[in-house]
Design a protein around this ligand. Sequence first.
Ligand SMILES: [Fe+2]
Ligand SMILES: [Fe+2]
Length: 322
Amino acid sequence: MKKLFVSDLMEKEGEFEDIFYIHSLKNSIGRRGEYVELIISDKTGDLKAYLFDKEIEIKEGIFKIKGEVGVHQDEKRVILKGISIIEITPDLKRELIKSSEIPRDELRRKILQKISIVQNTSLRKILENIFKGEFFEDFLEAPAAMKYHHAYIGGLAEHTINVCEIAVSLSNCYPSLNKDLLITGALLHDIGKVFSYKFDLKSEMTDEGKLLDHIYLGMKRIDEEIDKINSERDELFKSKFPEDLRLNLLHLIASHHGTKGQGALTEPLTKEAFVLYFADQLDAEMFKYEEAIKMTQEGERWSPYHTRLRKSVFIGGDIEDD
Ligand SMILES: [Fe+2]
Ligand SMILES: [Fe+2]
């Protein structure tokens, strides 16, 4: 079983041996001749590694690695000394895939709790129909992005819950907002990502995701469900899904990226759509600040430069009350 993680390597220097996922191999040439640049990962993070020894054959996959960890030009890095093949069990795989720190059942419970707040019968029905069975399990497994924010197993559910919490707080602040519509939009805004990403050791975009985008795929799934509700109209649910409600709900998904430049089909044209866009942005940005803080070594007053925030974050200074 794995004993040493990337988070441990960040704290130590010297030789080590343990199991990691090797990926993102890139052949390069430097002063010392040809070498391979790569990433070693496990559930705690990623670390840049280099292979200078031409005798060692390397490829993407899970391997036992012998290496040396050290600091080069202020950056932690690993020099690979040897790799060996090992048996890959499902338990081992779980140690290597980055996942949400929130347990899956807790994520499920939080989503179901948000659905239970919704009073509007049409919106409640569509949420209950979508968040069930295999789709719900896939949703709980999906990352929220390939690399920008919450790019790990369970990240989509985590992000969705946060967006929902922000939306609920804002609807308490602005009572004229339609809370049910906002919660429903928040829960459904990124469901298209379940169809957009393939996720295992490494997340990849599906052909559907690349060609059609999560906004379209999410809207399609919602519209299909509304059609189903309208065609069933069973004993318990006799009325049709109101057309204006359908338009409002689909608009939330269509506009949640804010501008066409950021991938939205249209800019927010309702109060609820503006609030959902804001909540989505806020959660994605907050994730980056948290990430910058996590990257910072103890005792430092500034985080390292965060490429997606395009700045370093100030975390020094004692601002706690005595
Ligand atoms: Fe999105
Ligand atoms: Fe989102």
